[in-house]
Design a protein around this ligand. Structure first.
Ligand code: ZN
Ligand code: ZN
Ligand code: ZN
Length: 276
């Protein structure tokens, strides 16, 4: 299995526009691993995209991705959905006004679809794309899975939110993709012995990262994530959704990796690949 972390940033990736702090300056100057775009994952072995942040067009071009068969959404928040127009950018032939390929299958929970319609993107846009045969919408239920050849993608609902995270499986290989909304996490048998947990970098209870941002406390701290990893014997942890407010340079995050070596912790960068 091959997957690519298309975007390792979160709601406010580094560099942040109009910011002159040292992290943003460094990121603007050095680019590459120092420059983060919004949260998104591509499962290369299945041509499946999870979430469409604003920069999704640039991410797909950067990784030379030539085919997207399906898009799975985790939840309605703007940093995960605002690039939805990628559907027409990929699949509409502007010379003929017709679809270039078969409709892209779009998977989302019904509750999250209704929240998206209420707060951000009207359901009429989905209706329009469906009428133009650019996409086909599918409502995913909790614990439902979809197969793409040998790859199976299972939707799992968080205990305190109707958002989904995804368990990606091929044979006995497992990757858990949990990029956001980690208000509560629960050890489930099916997550045991996963090869990777790709997870929202939230905040440290002890180490003072991000503690001055009260909204952070709605999500579980890193300490709880590592307890979850330990309880489930997960082999590797990759933190994503790294925000400007984490106040850490790339090198400072690399130092954190050494501290949490026991858990095989890595901080993601845009374009990071996992081969299993
Ligand atoms: Zn900054
Ligand atoms: Zn997010
Ligand atoms: Zn979110």
């Amino acid at each position: 299995m091959e997957v690519t972390i298309l975007g390792s940033g979160g709601i406010e990736s580094v560099p942040k526009p109009c910011c002159t702090c040292k992290r943003c300056k460094e990121s603007t100057k050095k680019k590459g691993k120092f420059f983060r775009t919004g949260p998104s994952l591509f499962i290369n072995s299945a041509n499946v995209l999870i979430d469409t942040p604003e920069e999704i067009r640039i991410q797909l071009i950067r990784e030379k991705i030539s085919k997207v068969d399906a898009i799975f959404y985790t939840h309605w928040h703007p940093d995960h959905t605002m690039g939805i127009r990628i559907i027409e950018q990929i699949n509409k032939d502007c010379h003929t006004d017709k679809p270039k390929n078969k409709p892209i299958d779009v998977y989302i929970s019904k509750d999250q679809f209704n929240l998206l319609d209420k707060f951000l993107i009207r359901k009429e846009l989905f209706d329009l794309y469906e009428s133009q045969k650019l996409m086909k919408k599918h409502f995913l239920k909790d614990s439902e899975s979809v197969k793409f050849g040998k790859i199976e993608i299972e939707a799992i609902k968080f205990p305190k939110s109707s958002a989904y995270y995804y368990l990606i499986k091929e044979g006995n290989k497992k990757i858990i993709y949990m990029p956001c909304e980690i208000e509560k996490i629960k050890e489930l048998n099916k997550l045991k012995n996963a090869d990777y947990l790709i997870v929202h970098f939230s905040w440290f209870q002890e180490k003072g990262i991000c503690v001055e941002f009260p909204w952070r406390f709605s999500e579980v701290p890193v300490e709880r994530i590592l307890e979850f990893v330990n309880n489930l014997s997960i082999k590797n942890v990759i933190f994503i959704h790294i925000d400007e407010c984490h106040d850490k340079t790339y090198d400072e995050l690399k130092n954190q990796e050494k501290k949490y070596k026991k858990f095989n912790v890595k901080f993601a960068f845009d374009g990071m690949k996992i081969y299993l």
